[in-house]
Write a protein that binds this ligand. Structure first.
Ligand code: SF4
Ligand code: SF4
Length: 291
C-alpha cells in the first residue's frame, strides 16, 4: 500500500506575501542565485524570506547524486563551476544585510575536489564583503576526494560546519544511495580535529521509517564525533516520485527527542516538525554566542 498518511494540522505554512519576502526574492534574482528554499520546496520559505533569511545553493542546480527524499534535479551538471559565483553570493549577503548566512550546494562528484575550493572561495568572499556576517556551510560528503578537500574548506574557517546525516544508517541504501553513514560521521569528526574553534552541526529527517532507538543511536554517534548542534525535522514528500512518508512524528515525540539530545550534550538542538537544517539557524547561533 503506497497511500500517504494524511498531513496533520501541525504541518501548516503561511503564504509568502510580505514586503520582506519580495525584497529577498528580488535580491536573489538580481544576483542570479539559486536557493535551496525554492529548489527543495521548503515549507518555511514565507517565514524565512520575510525576515531576509535564505539558504544559497552554490555550484549549480543539478546534482550528481539522487537521494530519494530530495527535490533537486539529478544528472550530469551541464556547466563547469562558475568562478564569479562566490563574488555574487557575497554581494547578495552584503545587500541582504544578513547576520548569519547558510551556504549549501549540490553534490559535484564530477569535479575533482568536489567543489571544496569553490566553497572556500565563497567563504572568503563573504568575509571580505560582509565581515559582520557569521557563515554556516552545509556541505556534500566529498566521498570521492582525498582528505585535502575537507582541509581546504576548513582552512577558510566557516563559523559553523554542517553536514547532514539525513537518516539512520539502516535506511541509507533506500534513502541516501551513494553516501555512507560512517564516512559522513567521520567527516564531521575530522572538521573538529582540524579546527576545534569551528562549531559542527548535523541533522536528520524523521518519518522515513526509522524507530526511536535508531534515532537515539544516531545522536550518540554524533556526540562521539563531537558534533555540537543537532536538527531533527519531519520528512515531507516533495512529489509522488519521492520516498514516501512513513508517518508524521508528533510534536510530543519531537519534544522528547529534543530533551534526549540535550541530555547527550549537544550545545544546540532544534527538533520540531518544521525544523530544517537552516531554519532559524541565525537566531539560534546568535543566542548561543550571547550565552
Ligand atoms: Fe530556506 Fe532553510 Fe528557511 Fe527552508 S528553513 S526557507 S531552506 S532558510
Ligand atoms: Fe539532494 Fe544533496 Fe542528495 Fe544531491 S546530495 S540529491 S542535493 S540531498
Amino acid at each position: 500500500d503506497n497511500a500517504q498518511p494524511k498531513k496533520p494540522d501541525w504541518i501548516r505554512v503561511k503564504a509568502p506575501t510580505s514586503e520582506g519576502y519580495r525584497k529577498t526574492q528580488e535580491t536573489i534574482r538580481e544576483h542570479k542565485l539559486v536557493t535551496v528554499c525554492e529548489e527543495a520546496g521548503c515549507p518555511n520559505v514565507g517565514e524565512c524570506w520575510s525576515q531576509g533569511h535564505a539558504t544559497m545553493m552554490i555550484m549549480g542546480e543539478v546534482c550528481t547524486r539522487a537521494c530519494t527524499f530530495c527535490n533537486i534535479a539529478t544528472g550530469k551538471p551541464p556547466e563547469e563551476l562558475d568562478v564569479f559565483e562566490p563574488g555574487r553570493v557575497a554581494d547578495a549577503v552584503a545587500k541582504l544585510g544578513l547576520n548569519h548566512v547558510v551556504i549549501t550546494s549540490v553534490d559535484r562528484d564530477d569535479v575533482e575536489d568536489g567543489g571544496a575550493l569553490h566553497f572556500a572561495q565563497t567563504i572568503r568572499a563573504i568575509r571580505h564583503r560582509a565581515p559582520g556576517t557569521t557563515i554556516e556551510i552545509l556541505t556534500p560528503d566529498f566521498i570521492r576526494c582525498g582528505p585535502e578537500a575537507l582541509e581546504v574548506v576548513v582552512a577558510a574557517k566557516p563559523d559553523v560546519f554542517n553536514h547532514n546525516l539525513e537518516t539512520v544508517p539502516g535506511l541509507y541504501p533506500e534513502v541516501r544511495p551513494g553516501a555512507r553513514y560512517f564516512h559522513s560521521l567521520r567527516l564531521l569528526q575530522r572538521v573538529k580535529e582540524l579546527d576545534p574553534t569551528i562549531f559542527t552541526k548535523s541533522g536528520i529527517m524523521v518519518g522515513l521509517g526509522e524507530d526511536r532507538q535508531a534515532v537515539v543511536q544516531v545522536m550518540e554517534d554524533m556526540r562521539a564525533a563531537d558534533v555540537d548542534f543537532l536538527t531533527i525535522g519531519q520528512y515531507l514528500q516533495p512529489t509522488p516520485k519521492h520516498h514516501r512518508v512513513d508517518r508524521f512524528v508528533t510534536p510530543e515525540e519531537f519534544a522528547s527527542y529534543e530533551k534526549a539530545a540535550y541530555g547527550k550534550g549537544f550545545l544546540m538542538v532544534s527538533a520540531t516538525p518544521l525544523t530544517r537544517s537552516s531554519y532559524h539557524a541565525g537566531e539560534d547561533f546568535e543566542r548561543l554566542r550571547e550565552n
